[in-house]
Design a protein around this ligand. Structure first.
Ligand code: HEC
Length: 194
């Protein structure tokens, strides 16, 4: 008699085998959790720093360099405007008048009326050596000039004079000299002719 067939079912057949390292998997998860926490913490710190710097940037006014400001002002200064047209002419005239007034208000050589001192400080530069055709302190150089009369000499010395020998600048080139000072110098020169 044929022995009946016995069917054996393998209990594990058709099932996925349970991985052996269950504890290892848990260990990985634990590590991942802690690692994520660290990453999260760092992300929060980074975000905080970004926020802080943004706040500071907004609340602290930026420092402007004076040089940069000046350079900018120079760039945008309406140079052409100032010196162009009637506005420019008026401004230039005003500036010239202001400079003249300032020079006139200064006292030359302490306001001395000592013609010799003024001559030594200023007029001698030309007149002692006869620079640029200026008359030296000799009778010969002055005879024809004195003949014009002192008032003319005073006026020429104060206002300036271009004659046949050269150019005499107004007030000897120092606008701070007063009329009296120029006159005193001319007198001193005429008294000291050789
Ligand atoms: C930059 C040179 C220079 C200086 C500085 C100078 N002079 Fe003269 N001066 C001359 C010249 C040049 C002449 C001659 C002009 C001519 O006759 O052509 C002259 C002429 C004169 C005359 C004669 C003007 C005339 O009508 O003949 C007098 C006065 C005079 N100077 C006074 C002075 C006095 C005062 C000072 C000082 C405050 C002075 N000068 C400074 C160059 C100068």
């Amino acid at each position: 008699m044929q022995s009946p067939r016995v069917l054996y079912f393998r209990p594990s057949c058709g099932r996925v085998a349970t991985p052996k390292g269950v504890s290892v998997r848990n260990y990985d998860l634990d590590f991942l959790k802690k690692f994520s926490l660290v990453i999260l913490f760092l992300a929060v710190v980074t975000g905080g720093l970004i926020w802080l710097s943004a706040m500071l940037h907004r609340s602290v006014p930026p420092q402007e360099s004076q040089t940069a400001i000046q350079a900018q002002l120079n760039r945008i200064a309406p140079v052409a405007d100032v010196y162009a047209g009637s506005t420019g002419a008026a401004l230039q005239a005003a500036a010239a008048a202001a400079a003249e007034a300032q020079a006139a208000s200064q006292v030359a050589y302490g306001g001395t009326l000592d013609g010799g001192e003024i001559y030594g400080n200023l007029c001698a530069g030309c007149h002692t050596a006869g620079v640029a055709g200026s008359p030296t302190l000799t009778q010969a150089d002055w005879a024809s000039r004195i003949a014009q009369g002192r008032d003319v000499l005073y006026t020429h010395a104060i206002e300036g004079f271009t004659g046949s020998t050269g150019f005499m600048p107004a007030r000897g080139g120092n606008p701070a000299l007063s009329d009296e000072q120029v006159i005193a110098s001319v007198d001193w020169m005429l008294e000291n002719l050789q």
